[in-house]
Write a protein that binds this ligand. Sequence first.
Ligand code: SF4
Ligand code: SF4
Length: 319
Amino acid sequence: MNMNDFLHCIAHHTGTPQLHGATLHTLQINLGARCNLECHHCHIGASPKRAEMMSSTLIDQLLSQLPAVGWHTVELTGGAPELHPEFQNLVTRLTSLPVFVKVRTNLTLHVQPEYKELAPFLRDRRVGVTGSLPCYLEENVDRQRGTGTYQAAIAALRRLNGLGYGHSTELPLELVYNPGTPTLPPDQKSLEARYRQELHERHGILFTRLIAMANMPIGRFRADLRARGEEKNYHALLQRAFNPHTLEQLMCRHQLSVRWDGRLFDCDFNLALGIPVNTPDPHVQALASTSATRSIATGDHCLACTAGAGSSCSGALLA
Ligand code: SF4
Ligand code: SF4
């Protein structure tokens, strides 16, 4: 077995250098790598130049497998999932199933004239929205995502609030924070309180929950770390902060991710790295038979999920 630093940490605390899945309640569908933005921290390496997209045949195949597993939540992600030509059709089909559907969005598309109808479309189908906003300050967001992205995101959030999003968990509007530097995210609760105060005072914006995520040392963030000579320090920081209490809730233990080409992964980060699930057939055609208790494929990057309060696409793992 390849004993990466993550497995060494697990072995030190549990006596066994292994990580297994527990349950399957969330399926992430990564519709493609195309995005209207090209953020510095993007672990997928998404950009307007990327062309990868899930085909209609694969979407049909995937939907035919869903009922067999009994998913609680299906998340659409990318890139910018809204750019997929079948996005609305897929949302309509998914919301006819007994699952909670969520869209992960960079928000900025929703103020472009050709996408203005999307927000009411999602609201009418009770689709949850998880929008990235790496800071409540304009200069920090624009530095990470590009000039003008903060103002576009704020305009989109106001519009979503106007449609009923963010006032209660009936129409959830989650925001995603990630640090702009190679540090761990601050305490999620305190940061959420700060976001609430700042966004409400500055822009009258409401949201339901803040998700604080650690930056994964992969993709563009890793390239940035390397360029600044900070990769080793960040790795050491994550290793020092290893917290065995996070292991129970690691997202790979409760979900699967499917990539635009139909390959199956334990999480979105393994998807970005091209490390498929440890099963004989890591493809969407085997989705319904993929074991919840499979052995998880891990690497040193996993240390970002177990540092401090832990990190996942749903935020800190420990309250
Ligand atoms: S981080 Fe999100 S918004 Fe930014 S390029 Fe990547 S997918 Fe697009
Ligand atoms: S990176 Fe993925 S596989 Fe590794 S611990 Fe995090 S969720 Fe699990």
